[in-house]
Design a protein around this ligand. Structure first.
Ligand code: ATP
Length: 232
């Protein structure tokens, strides 16, 4: 279980995140929704140790705050950043093989074969250079790389951004299949898909949580839009 308590992130005078608390159970999906600049990316970067932060981040009771990004990933908090970073010069399979190193020392939760079962499109292009993949295929590969690193919790930064709707639907089908096996913390600006799998929703605006609760409370698009932009 990942527990974030009173998280704050500052960049000089800019308060990017202030007073954010949320919990991701190991079998649950939590959505963080908010417009551009709400502090969603900063939240994920703080959890994975990439930016300094105040407050507490615990994984199964152990404080992560003082650990390096590498050790946080090794502990099982694995980040899929926006922009799907993969090694363009390596093949799909090489990208997956390299990523297994991050999970070394803990029991492997997903083998490369499991990733191919979950994301069959990757299996059929295992020898292809990652530079030649489409945006959606790169996103699948980035998710596959995160899985072979043996996550307890996956941090997903706008996983559907810039993808064709049918490709984004496939990505979310994969999350649906993963749910229960891995905790999912998914950041999105667009609510529709993530509301279909999230148990809990947190809405952020200008760095602060402005609403949270069961996903069923956020299905009214007008209410959600008002929360996100701060009117009404
Ligand atoms: P987006 O959807 O655009 O990624 P976001 O909700 O993820 O937005 P953040 O990227 O976390 O929001 O940004 C939160 C605030 O912090 C914004 O005001 C942004 O301009 C500011 N910010 C982000 N990164 C930095 C940085 N490296 N230096 C200074 N300010 C930053």
């Amino acid at each position: 279980m990942l527990e974030i308590e009173r998280l704050s992130v500052r960049y000089g005078p800019v308060r990017a995140v202030e007073g954010l608390s949320l919990t991701v159970a190991s079998d649950a999906a939590v959505a963080v929704l908010g417009p551009n600049g709400a502090g969603k990316t900063s939240t994920l970067r703080a959890v994975s140790g990439l930016v300094a932060h105040g407050g507490s981040v615990r994984l199964d009771g152990a404080e992560l705050a003082q650990r390096s990004p590498r050790r946080i990933a090794k502990a099982g908090v694995v980040h899929v950043p926006e922009g799907r970073r993969v090694f363009g010069s390596l093949s799909v399979e090489e990208n997956l093989r390299v990523a297994t190193v991050a999970g070394r020392g803990r029991p492997a939760r997903f083998s490369i074969g499991d990733v191919y079962d979950l994301l069959p499109a990757l299996a059929s292009m295992r020898g292809r250079g990652a530079w030649a993949l489409s945006g959606g295929e790169q996103q699948m590969l980035a998710i596959g790389r995160a899985l072979v690193a043996s996550p307890g919790v996956l941090l997903l930064d706008e996983p559907s951004l810039g993808l064709a709707p049918s490709v984004a639907d496939r990505i979310y089908d994969t999350f649906r299949r993963l749910k229960g096996a891995v905790g999912l913390l998914i950041v999105e600006q667009v609510a529709s898909r993530v509301l279909g799998i999230a148990d809990t929703v947190v809405v952020m605006r200008e760095g602060r949580p402005v609403g949270s609760g069961p996903a069923s409370e956020f299905t009214d698009p007008h209410r959600l839009a008002r929360l996100m932009i701060g009117v009404g």
